[in-house]
Design a protein around this ligand. Structure first.
Ligand code: ZN
Ligand code: ZN
Length: 140
Protein backbone atom coordinates (compact mmCIF):
# COMPACT_ATOMS: atom_id res chain seq x y z
CA UNK A 1 0.00 0.00 0.00
CA UNK A 2 1.15 3.53 -0.70
CA UNK A 3 1.63 6.30 1.81
CA UNK A 4 -1.46 8.44 2.40
CA UNK A 5 -1.85 11.88 3.91
CA UNK A 6 -4.43 13.23 6.30
CA UNK A 7 -5.25 16.00 8.71
CA UNK A 8 -7.56 17.18 11.47
CA UNK A 9 -10.51 19.46 10.87
CA UNK A 10 -8.56 22.73 11.32
CA UNK A 11 -5.35 21.53 9.64
CA UNK A 12 -3.02 22.08 12.63
CA UNK A 13 -2.34 18.32 12.72
CA UNK A 14 -1.08 16.91 9.43
CA UNK A 15 0.19 13.36 9.07
CA UNK A 16 1.24 10.63 6.69
CA UNK A 17 0.84 6.89 7.17
CA UNK A 18 1.02 3.71 5.14
CA UNK A 19 -2.03 1.49 5.39
CA UNK A 20 -1.37 -2.21 6.00
CA UNK A 21 -4.32 -2.98 3.72
CA UNK A 22 -7.66 -1.52 2.66
CA UNK A 23 -9.62 -3.08 5.52
CA UNK A 24 -11.45 -0.57 7.69
CA UNK A 25 -12.42 -1.63 11.19
CA UNK A 26 -15.04 -0.03 13.38
CA UNK A 27 -15.04 -0.07 17.17
CA UNK A 28 -18.29 0.12 19.10
CA UNK A 29 -16.75 0.31 22.60
CA UNK A 30 -18.07 2.93 24.99
CA UNK A 31 -14.68 4.72 25.14
CA UNK A 32 -14.51 5.14 21.36
CA UNK A 33 -18.13 6.23 21.16
CA UNK A 34 -17.70 8.81 23.92
CA UNK A 35 -14.36 10.04 22.56
CA UNK A 36 -15.30 10.32 18.90
CA UNK A 37 -19.03 11.12 19.04
CA UNK A 38 -19.69 8.03 16.92
CA UNK A 39 -18.40 4.55 16.42
CA UNK A 40 -14.67 4.72 15.63
CA UNK A 41 -13.89 3.94 11.97
CA UNK A 42 -10.18 3.31 11.75
CA UNK A 43 -7.44 1.54 9.85
CA UNK A 44 -4.25 -0.22 10.86
CA UNK A 45 -1.11 1.74 9.92
CA UNK A 46 1.39 -0.32 11.94
CA UNK A 47 4.23 1.96 13.09
CA UNK A 48 4.22 4.20 9.98
CA UNK A 49 2.25 7.17 11.38
CA UNK A 50 4.29 10.39 11.15
CA UNK A 51 3.31 13.97 12.06
CA UNK A 52 4.35 17.26 10.51
CA UNK A 53 3.79 19.16 13.77
CA UNK A 54 3.75 17.06 16.95
CA UNK A 55 3.21 20.20 19.07
CA UNK A 56 -0.36 20.48 17.78
CA UNK A 57 -1.16 16.98 18.97
CA UNK A 58 -2.76 16.13 22.30
CA UNK A 59 -2.38 12.62 23.67
CA UNK A 60 -4.89 11.18 26.12
CA UNK A 61 -3.92 8.21 28.26
CA UNK A 62 -7.09 6.16 27.79
CA UNK A 63 -6.07 2.84 29.36
CA UNK A 64 -3.10 0.95 30.82
CA UNK A 65 -2.02 -0.17 27.37
CA UNK A 66 -3.22 2.45 24.89
CA UNK A 67 -3.55 6.17 24.24
CA UNK A 68 -5.53 8.39 21.88
CA UNK A 69 -4.30 11.31 19.83
CA UNK A 70 -6.33 14.39 18.94
CA UNK A 71 -5.86 17.93 17.70
CA UNK A 72 -5.42 20.38 20.58
CA UNK A 73 -7.09 23.16 18.56
CA UNK A 74 -10.16 21.56 16.98
CA UNK A 75 -10.47 18.31 18.96
CA UNK A 76 -10.56 15.95 15.98
CA UNK A 77 -9.69 12.36 16.97
CA UNK A 78 -6.64 11.18 14.99
CA UNK A 79 -5.45 7.82 16.34
CA UNK A 80 -5.61 5.04 18.89
CA UNK A 81 -2.20 3.49 19.56
CA UNK A 82 -0.58 0.99 21.87
CA UNK A 83 1.89 2.57 24.29
CA UNK A 84 4.84 0.93 22.53
CA UNK A 85 3.63 2.86 19.41
CA UNK A 86 3.98 -0.26 17.27
CA UNK A 87 0.25 -0.38 16.53
CA UNK A 88 -1.42 2.79 15.28
CA UNK A 89 -5.10 2.51 14.42
CA UNK A 90 -5.74 5.79 12.63
CA UNK A 91 -9.12 7.48 12.14
CA UNK A 92 -10.05 6.59 8.60
CA UNK A 93 -12.04 9.79 8.24
CA UNK A 94 -8.95 11.91 8.96
CA UNK A 95 -7.37 10.74 5.70
CA UNK A 96 -7.70 12.92 2.59
CA UNK A 97 -8.66 10.02 0.34
CA UNK A 98 -10.67 7.06 1.60
CA UNK A 99 -11.76 5.62 -1.73
CA UNK A 100 -11.00 1.95 -2.39
CA UNK A 101 -11.33 1.01 1.29
CA UNK A 102 -13.95 -1.38 2.61
CA UNK A 103 -15.56 -2.03 5.98
CA UNK A 104 -13.99 -5.35 7.03
CA UNK A 105 -14.48 -5.90 10.76
CA UNK A 106 -16.39 -4.66 13.80
CA UNK A 107 -14.89 -4.91 17.29
CA UNK A 108 -16.49 -4.67 20.72
CA UNK A 109 -19.69 -5.74 19.01
CA UNK A 110 -21.01 -6.58 22.49
CA UNK A 111 -20.85 -2.86 23.40
CA UNK A 112 -22.75 -1.68 20.29
CA UNK A 113 -25.93 0.13 21.29
CA UNK A 114 -29.13 -1.12 19.74
CA UNK A 115 -30.06 2.07 17.92
CA UNK A 116 -27.79 1.46 14.90
CA UNK A 117 -26.21 -1.33 12.88
CA UNK A 118 -24.30 -1.55 9.61
CA UNK A 119 -25.46 -3.54 6.61
CA UNK A 120 -21.96 -4.57 5.40
CA UNK A 121 -21.02 -8.20 6.01
CA UNK A 122 -18.14 -7.95 8.47
CA UNK A 123 -16.08 -10.10 10.79
CA UNK A 124 -17.41 -9.33 14.27
CA UNK A 125 -15.50 -9.67 17.54
CA UNK A 126 -16.50 -9.11 21.15
CA UNK A 127 -14.26 -7.14 23.50
CA UNK A 128 -13.05 -10.39 25.10
CA UNK A 129 -12.07 -11.77 21.67
CA UNK A 130 -10.13 -8.56 20.87
CA UNK A 131 -8.14 -8.77 24.14
CA UNK A 132 -7.43 -12.45 23.43
CA UNK A 133 -6.17 -11.56 19.93
CA UNK A 134 -3.81 -8.90 21.32
CA UNK A 135 -2.58 -11.26 24.06
CA UNK A 136 -1.77 -13.92 21.44
CA UNK A 137 0.03 -11.35 19.25
CA UNK A 138 2.25 -10.39 22.22
CA UNK A 139 3.44 -14.01 22.51
CA UNK A 140 4.82 -14.05 18.95
ZN1 ZN B 1 -7.25 20.62 14.32
ZN1 ZN C 1 -13.15 1.26 20.98
Amino acid sequence: MTEKSGQCLCGAVKFTATLKNGDVGVCHCSTCRRGTAGSYFAIDCGDTLKFENEAALGVYNSSDWAERGFCKSCGSPIFWRTKDRKTNIVSVNAFDDVDALRLDHEVFIDEKPGYYSFSEKTQQMTGAQVFEMFANAQKD
